[in-house]
Every structure is written in structure tokens, then in C-alpha cells.
Design a protein around this ligand. Structure first.
Ligand code: SF4
Length: 511
């Protein structure tokens, strides 16, 4: 063993001869100089496979995410950490539940009177010198923005994070008309460079390890592929993107709150990137979902107290910027977008999903989301809120999503605007069955389960038979490729007696 050449080449360190032996003798701790067994970082699992209008197979994409243990562990821990921080912040505010109720009431009141508040918002924005446009759907939004950019001869646009524009497929559309879009949010920029959608409404690249980011930056902005130091990566990205930001022809932001009383919009960020997008170029376009309107300026305070605490467990976002009118020599445009919202407002069981302020708290707490990654949902909105919004866009394509939930209710408990998320998920399941949008296998299995559960005698007989089978069947019958449940778990030992038979024997006469 004193000859280092006996080591497999993959295990040898760069200075192998000198570091393992000295004066012809093997060193005591020579192994420490060898390379780690697996020198290549774990490859990043990719999101759901999209096949036109075919239902997204979230379970398949989730299985690939779970099969990448470093990614799954980091994702789960990172989001659970946010959830815990959120809890700590919440406990520091004695009036937290009152704030939630107030926020919910403001949103519900506004949605009930949405037409009035939108008109008020439009009139005030116009009187502030803002150009206001209306877009019925995603295609119209993209055309309107393109028209504004064309009128100004703009060839490049800097953008701060906006889920609405993701919903509209804005980036691919702009690419198709030859306008360069540069994301100013770090996470969103990482996703753009990697040709991926955001995986979370607040932290778009949360599913990536830093080695994934190092790989993306090495390919796109020429950083050292072996350096995954976060400061190095962030600084390199900044150096590469800042010149593009400074010479951009136009800027775009989303909108967290559109205040009817003032005609202004409020954008909350932690990187100040909305301010760059709005203030560096002379042309500022804000895309606004019509549900973002709130009646008065004082209402902003209610939501601002809830938003960042729920999202990241921090008391407030670093930047809460108010944009009310164009600066001198500049131009400001608001594009108010419907894209299915009016229709959703008319859905009895689902209209309150429009209260969502996109804090992401329901994602951070969801055990399915934390372990499957946002891209496994194959939709703009993932996690619990996605399960109730996505089918309103396309019930067939997203028909599997409402089944990706344990219905534990944690999402509803953390939601700062009190959306009954888990009840709406359950309502979507019923709705999809009614519309015959559930897979054949699930339909048959559910029907069989329904038959069994509605016949107590048959149910008890089946349980007894299953207990006998569990105790005596050979292992391969239970643990094979057809039984997904058994892939990662051991079946429990069947009890000698069911609860029902125990109760009958011990308490039956007394009941
Ligand atoms: S549904 Fe509630 S918890 Fe989820 S993102 Fe929206 S506001 Fe936040």
C-alpha cells in the first residue's frame, strides 16, 4: 500500500506522490490528500415535461426532484427555515390575526366593487399624467407593451420580477419580436440565463444549489466553473448585468398594490431592482393584474406589515417604492390586465383566490411543494396557490395539480389574506371529476374506494383480508415497480386485532 500508483486515478490528489509518501514511506493520514469520491456536483433536476395541452405529470417531475437528494434536502430546509422565520415574526405581532382579518376584508370588499375601484384608479392615474391601457388577455398585454416600445424605438427592456408577465409569456414574446429583456432581480436573472421559469413567486431560483448557479454563470457570463462562492457569483453577475441596465431603452415593473385613491402603484423588492427598472430609463411600464387594486393609501400599511413577514420572515421588504407619475422628461404607462380574472371572480368557490398577494407562504409550508420543487408543477404558479389558480387557466392541462396536496390545511393557516386554500383545492378535485378531467386510473380507483367505504361490512372484511395478506404474502408481491407506495417505505406489521374488533370485544356491550 505504500505505492500511490495503487490508488485508483479518480482518488488521487493533484500532488499525489508527494502528499501520500515522504522519504519512501506512506504518511499516516495520506487518504486526506485524495480527491473526494464524487467530485462532480449533483446535476440539477429539471421541471415537468410539457407536451402541449396534455395533463402535466407533476408526480413524475417530483420523483426526479426527490431522486436528487442534495437538491431535495436543501430545498426542503431552506423553505422550512422561511416558514419558521415567518412564525417568529408573527408571534412578535399581537394583532396578527386582526391584521389578517382586516387584509382579507379589504380585499373582499375591493373585489366585490372591483369595477368602481378600477375606474377610480384609472381616472387618478390619468390625472397624474400616466397613460393607462387595458388588456383582456396575455396576448393583448404583450401586444400593448410591444406597441409602446415600438413607438419609442426601444430595443431593450429591463424588468423587475413580475409573475403577471410570466403568466403572459412575455419574455418569449419579446424575443420573438427582437426586443432584448434583461431581468434585474438576481434570482430571476439566474433563471433567465438558464432558460427556466421561476420556481417560486418570491425566490425564483430557490431550487438551485450554488453549484448549479456556478455552472449557469460559467456558461453564460464566463465565471470560473469551479468557484461557487456566493459573493463571487453575485458580484460577477452584477458586473455583467449593470452595463446592460444602464443602457436599456425602457424599464418594466410589476405591481404589488395599485391604490385607487391616488392612482399610484406600490412595488416591494429586496434588491431595489424595481427602482432601477423604473428610474434608469425614461420610459417606465408597469403591468398590473386587475386584482391588485386596493381602495386607499392607508390600506397599503396593512398589507406591507403582512407581506414580507409572511414571505421571508423579515419585518419589511428592503424597498417599498411608490410610483405615481412620470418623472420630468419621462413617460409612464400602466397596463391593466384581466387574463381570466373577471371569469374567476364569477366562480362561487374560487373567487377569493383573487385576494392572493403572492407572498409564497403557502409554498414554504407545503410538504409537497418543499419536496418536489416549484418547476415540477409545470405552470406559472406552483404550490398550493398554484393548485387553485392554474386550473382556471386550463382545466385539462392542470387537471392533476389539485391532487398534489395532502389537504393538511397548513397553507390556509399561514395565508395572510385568509384564503381557504385547502378547501378550494378539494373543491377543484370535485369540479374536475364533474368535468371528467381526471385520469382513467384515478377515476376507477376512486370509484372502487367509494363503493368499499360506503359498505361497512365489506370494508371490515377487506381490512381483515388485507391484514392477513400483509402478514403472509411474499415480499416481491408488495414491493415491486407497480406499487409506488412501497418504493420508499416499509409497510407496517399488521396488528393482531383491528380497532373495530377490539372495540367490539371490549366495549361493544357497554356502548
Ligand atoms: S395564497 Fe396566501 S399564502 Fe399563498 S401566496 Fe397567496 S397570499 Fe401568500
Amino acid at each position: 500500500m505504500s505505492d500511490p500508483d495503487m490508488l485508483h486515478p479518480e482518488l488521487r490528489g493533484p500532488e499525489n506522490n508527494d502528499s501520500i509518501t515522504r522519504h519512501g514511506r506512506r504518511l499516516d493520514h495520506a487518504e486526506a490528500t485524495s480527491k473526494p469520491l464524487r467530485s462532480r456536483p449533483e446535476p440539477q433536476p429539471r421541471g415537468a415535461r410539457i407536451h402541449g395541452n396534455r395533463p402535466i405529470d407533476q408526480a413524475e417531475a417530483a420523483a426526479r426532484f426527490i431522486a436528487a437528494p442534495e437538491h431535495e434536502k436543501m430545498h426542503d430546509e431552506r423553505l422550512w427555515d422561511l416558514r419558521q422565520k415567518r412564525d417568529r415574526e408573527m408571534h412578535g405581532i399581537p394583532e396578527w390575526e386582526d391584521l389578517r382579518s382586516l387584509a382579507s376584508a379589504i380585499k373582499e370588499h375591493t373585489l366585490v366593487h372591483l369595477d368602481d375601484y378600477l375606474e377610480q384608479f384609472e381616472a387618478n392615474a390619468r390625472s397624474n399624467g400616466v397613460h393607462v391601457h387595458w388588456a383582456r388577455d396575455a396576448a393583448e398585454h404583450n401586444r400593448v407593451v410591444h406597441g409602446i416600445l415600438k413607438d419609442h424605438g426601444a430595443k431593450s427592456l429591463i424588468r423587475s420580477k413580475s409573475m403577471l408577465t410570466e403568466e403572459c409569456g412575455f419574455r418569449p414574446y419579446m424575443a420573438s419580436v427582437g426586443i432584448e429583456v434583461i431581468e434585474t432581480d438576481l434570482g430571476e436573472r439566474i433563471q433567465q440565463l438558464d432558460h427556466e421559469d421561476p420556481s417560486h413567486v418570491v425566490v425564483p431560483a430557490v431550487h438551485k444549489l450554488r453549484t448549479d448557479v456556478a455552472e449557469v454563470f460559467a456558461k453564460t457570463i464566463g465565471t470560473d466553473p469551479n468557484n461557487s462562492d456566493v459573493h463571487y457569483l453575485a458580484e460577477s453577475q452584477r458586473e455583467a448585468t449593470r452595463p446592460l441596465i444602464l443602457k436599456a431603452d425602457a424599464g418594466m415593473t410589476g405591481c404589488n398594490f395599485a391604490v385607487a385613491e391616488t392612482g399610484g402603484v406600490v412595488v416591494c423588492t429586496n434588491e431595489g431592482n424595481a427602482d432601477l427598472s423604473a428610474n434608469v430609463p425614461k420610459l417606465h411600464i408597469a403591468s398590473i393584474g386587475i386584482e391588485k387594486v386596493i381602495p386607499r393609501l392607508e390600506h397599503v400599511a396593512v398589507f406591507v406589515r403582512l407581506l414580507s413577514r409572511s414571505a421571508l420572515g423579515s419585518p419589511i421588504t428592503q424597498y417599498t417604492s411608490h410610483f405615481r407619475g412620470p418623472r420630468e422628461g419621462g413617460e409612464m404607462h400602466f397596463v391593466l390586465v384581466d387574463n381570466g380574472r373577471s371569469e374567476r371572480l364569477g366562480l362561487d368557490e374560487f373567487w377569493t383566490s383573487l385576494k392572493c398577494i403572492r407572498c409564497g407562504a403557502c409554498m414554504n409550508t407545503c410538504p409537497v411543494y418543499r419536496r418536489s420543487g416549484g418547476l415540477s408543477y409545470g405552470a406559472t404558479y406552483s404550490g398550493p396557490i398554484g393548485l387553485i389558480i392554474d386550473p382556471t387557466f386550463n382545466a385539462r392541462k392542470y387537471s392533476n395539480l389539485p391532487f398534489s396536496s395532502t389537504l393538511n390545511g397548513s397553507c390556509s393557516n399561514v395565508c395572510p389574506v385568509k384564503i381557504n386554500i385547502h378547501e378550494q383545492i378539494y373543491a377543484w378535485r370535485r369540479e374536475l371529476v364533474k368535468r371528467h378531467e381526471t385520469p382513467f386510473v384515478k377515476k376507477v380507483a376512486m370509484k372502487a374506494a367509494g363503493e368499499l367505504l360506503s359498505r361497512p361490512a365489506a370494508y371490515r372484511a377487506a381490512i381483515a383480508a388485507a391484514d392477513i395478506a400483509l402478514a403472509h404474502l411474499p415480499r416481491f408481491v408488495l414491493y415491486n415497480g407497480l406499487n409506488a407506495w412501497g418504493k420508499g417505505r416499509e409497510n407496517p406489521h399488521p396488528p393482531k386485532q383491528t380497532f373495530h374488533s377490539w372495540h367490539h370485544a371490549n366495549r361493544g356491550d357497554k356502548g
